[in-house]
Design a protein around this ligand. Structure first.
Ligand SMILES: [Zn+2]
Ligand SMILES: [Zn+2]
Length: 181
């Protein structure tokens, strides 16, 4: 079961291939990358952000209409939130296999720091792998270096390594062997 990534035109260009390749290496699963073909809504005027749950509903609809099965991650540039949080880096809906990651707050510029493309690439990899991990059945991990740790801020995210701890690795292998049966 391959993973599909839809890379929106607004998302940082030039990072698609390295991001897809690294996520594939970490999870040891083939990753296909496409220019995002779907339109999403969910812009919330009062917050000037997109509601990530509305975006996932759009991804779900697209998947259903096009008979897409398997995990799908949408990478966008719009800032996203979930009701009850000020902002989120990404959101996954394991039930339908849909996930979204926003690059907005993964950019140094957002936090008034000098631009750093390699840090941005690492963060999209870490956050993207995390959300896909949820789609593959992984939950949050207490190991703060593990990709499945739950980051509260950019510093937490940067503290993670592009790596699954032994326990998450074992869980992933058993989850994948069950679904392959
Ligand atoms: Zn999570
Ligand atoms: Zn872990």
């Amino acid at each position: 079961m391959d993973i599909q990534i839809f890379w929106d035109r607004g998302a940082p260009q030039g990072l698609e291939i390295p991001v897809a390749r690294t996520i594939s290496q970490i999870l040891d699963i083939p990753v296909q990358i496409f220019t995002n073909p779907l339109l999403y809504n969910g812009f919330t005027i009062s917050r000037q952000q997109f509601d990530a749950t509305a975006i996932l509903a759009c991804v779900d609809t697209y998947k259903r209409r096009n008979n897409l099965e398997g995990p799908l991650l949408l990478v966008i540039n719009d800032d996203i939130f979930r009701p009850a949080s000020r902002y989120i880096f990404g959101l996954a809906r394991p039930r339908t296999g849909s996930a979204v990651v926003s690059a907005a707050r993964l950019k140094n510029e957002f936090w008034d720091l000098p631009s750093d493309e390699s840090a941005l690439c690492d963060r999209i990899v870490t956050e993207g792998t995390h959300e896909i991990g949820h789609l593959l059945g992984l939950e949050h991990c207490a190991n703060e270096r593990c990709v499945m740790a739950n980051p509260r801020c950019l510093d937490d995210l940067d503290h993670k390594k592009p790596w699954l701890c032994d326990e998450c690795q074992a869980r992933l292998q058993s989850a994948c062997s069950v679904s392959a049966r």
